[in-house]
Design a protein around this ligand. Structure first.
Ligand SMILES: [Zn+2]
Length: 472
């Protein structure tokens, strides 16, 4: 089953064919670390994590880079407003961001920071100057937009009237729409030395530089929120294709939709921003992930009680389904998987699995895929529960492993021990406990049973043996 992706460049669905399969090079624009990470950021991070994980499930080897903007106008503004040193602000929010990303189970291979790549940035800008795409003016360096003939093709802004931006230094630029690559030093601002004098990088250049540094000159997927298409991604594209002499620099541009709270766009001016750490505390990562991955990544995502409750319910259903599957596997292993004729139910399960893959192969349609998650849990509760087929239990187990690989909702396994190891440890405990019971050491054996019970593991005692099931 081939995968199709909607490419912002060209605005159409295309067959997904990375430059060098099975390798997929993916770059996503990370945060400017001057304030708390919020659920709008999380929406972007988890959406691309879902895409990455699905590609991995389909056998692709994904290398993912997500940058950290640790020097920018917003950081300096915050430093002036609060009287705190800029690097102290940056350290605080970088730490928070990385901790939350880990808790969210989003794990880029590299999280490069701008201030660690100033030398690379200067070299990249020099290359643009040498090639005639950039010019120095009054200690700053600008990209000469007129020199790059494809400007506007990503955002669809093909007319110069739509390029008006960066009014700040308009008098020293060749054209008002030229954008800054290197900003000369202003009093009280952090700076680095460069061939053009002391200053600091403009915002857009960092992504061209750090993506090249970690992924090479061609990228398969470049992602970000839809608000980044113009000017940020348009400018990144112009810089990279001009400096590197490659086209297309990025094969597939993917953009996530925005987030609304009670129908309103989340924004600083509306004061309705929900910090990610608060949302994680209330919902936990598995539920937050299920909520974010309940709609298409390009669609609007709404945050309200009803929708969050759906994610909560789905989580409960998935966990209780896993418990049923484990129980069925246990039963099946005892009967040596010999009762595997359950043709009708196998057909139903196969069609659920197929539907799930069809949904995600169609531009990673998590909204459609979500329906199959519900269908799967209904199947497990209403069908698998009453089947004696070991084969059916095995297929259900494999599918639930695949679901977890994409959604990462299990609390055991990911980031900690694997489920297999977890199972072996509990098996060992049950065995030790059986020995205790044989030797009539009931006080200790009851203590183990009660403790396991409080951890969500029910121990079932029979005459000569014990079994366990994982409750939700
Ligand atoms: Zn970027």
């Amino acid at each position: 089953m081939s995968i199709k992706v909607f490419n912002t460049l060209g605005r159409r669905k295309e067959e997904f064919q990375p430059n060098n399969p099975p390798l997929v090079k993916m770059y996503t624009c990370g945060p400017t670390v001057y304030d708390h990470t919020h659920i709008g950021h999380a929406r972007m991070y988890v959406s691309f994590d879902g895409i990455k994980r699905y590609l991995q499930l389909r056998g692709y080897k994904v290398i993912h880079v997500q940058n950290i903007t640790d020097i920018d106008d917003k950081i300096i503004k915050k430093s002036i407003e609060t009287g705190r040193p800029w690097n102290e602000i940056v350290d605080e929010y970088t730490r928070e961001y990385l901790e939350l990303l880990e808790e969210l189970r989003v794990r880029p291979h590299y999280n490069p920071r701008v201030t660690m790549h100033i030398g690379d940035i200067i070299k990249f800008i020099q290359r643009l100057v040498e090639k005639g795409y950039a010019y120095e003016s009054n200690g700053s360096v600008y990209f000469d937009v007129d020199k790059y003939e494809y400007y506007g093709e990503l955002s669809g802004r093909l007319s110069k009237d739509l390029w008006g931006q960066e009014e700040e230094f308009v008098s020293e630029k060749r054209h008002p729409y030229d954008f800054v690559l290197w900003k000369r030093r202003k009093p009280m601002e952090p700076y680095w030395d460069s061939p053009w004098g002391p200053g600091r990088p403009g915002w857009h250049i960092e992504c061209s530089v750090m993506s090249t540094r970690y992924l090479g000159e061609r990228i398969d997927i470049h992602g970000g929120g839809e608000d980044l298409v113009f000017p940020h991604h348009e400018n990144e594209k112009a810089q990279s294709e001009a400096a590197l002499g490659v086209r297309p620099w990025v094969k597939y541009w993917l953009h996530t939709g925005y987030l609304t709270i009670g129908g309103e766009k989340m924004s600083k001016s509306l004061k309705n921003i929900i910090p990610l750490k608060d949302a994680l505390r209330e919902l936990t990562a598995p539920i937050l992930r299920l909520w974010i991955l309940s709609v298409h990544y390009r669609s609007r995502l709404e945050y309200n009680e009803t929708i969050i409750n759906q994610a909560r319910k789905l989580y409960d259903r998935l966990v209780s389904s896993e418990s049923i599957i484990e129980k069925k596997l246990l039963e099946a292993s005892k009967s040596h998987y010999d009762k595997d004729e359950d043709v009708e139910r196998m057909k139903t399960l196969s069609s659920i699995i197929l539907g799930f893959h069809e949904a995600l192969s169609d531009d990673f349609n998590f909204g459609e895929a979500n329906k199959y998650l519900w269908e799967f849990t209904r199947f497990v509760h209403a069908e698998l529960q009453y089947s004696e087929s070991g084969a059916l239990a095995l297929v259900a187990k494999e599918f639930s492993d695949h679901l977890n690989a994409v959604y990462s909702y299990r609390t055991t396994g990911e980031g900690g021990i694997s489920f297999e190891l977890f199972k072996e440890v509990v098996d060992l405990l049950i065995e030790v406990r059986s020995e205790l019971r044989k030797n009539k050491m009931y006080e200790l054996s009851d203590k183990i049973r009660d403790k396991l019970g409080s951890l969500g593991i029910t121990v079932l005692d029979y005459r000569n043996r014990s079994e366990w099931v994982l409750r939700k």
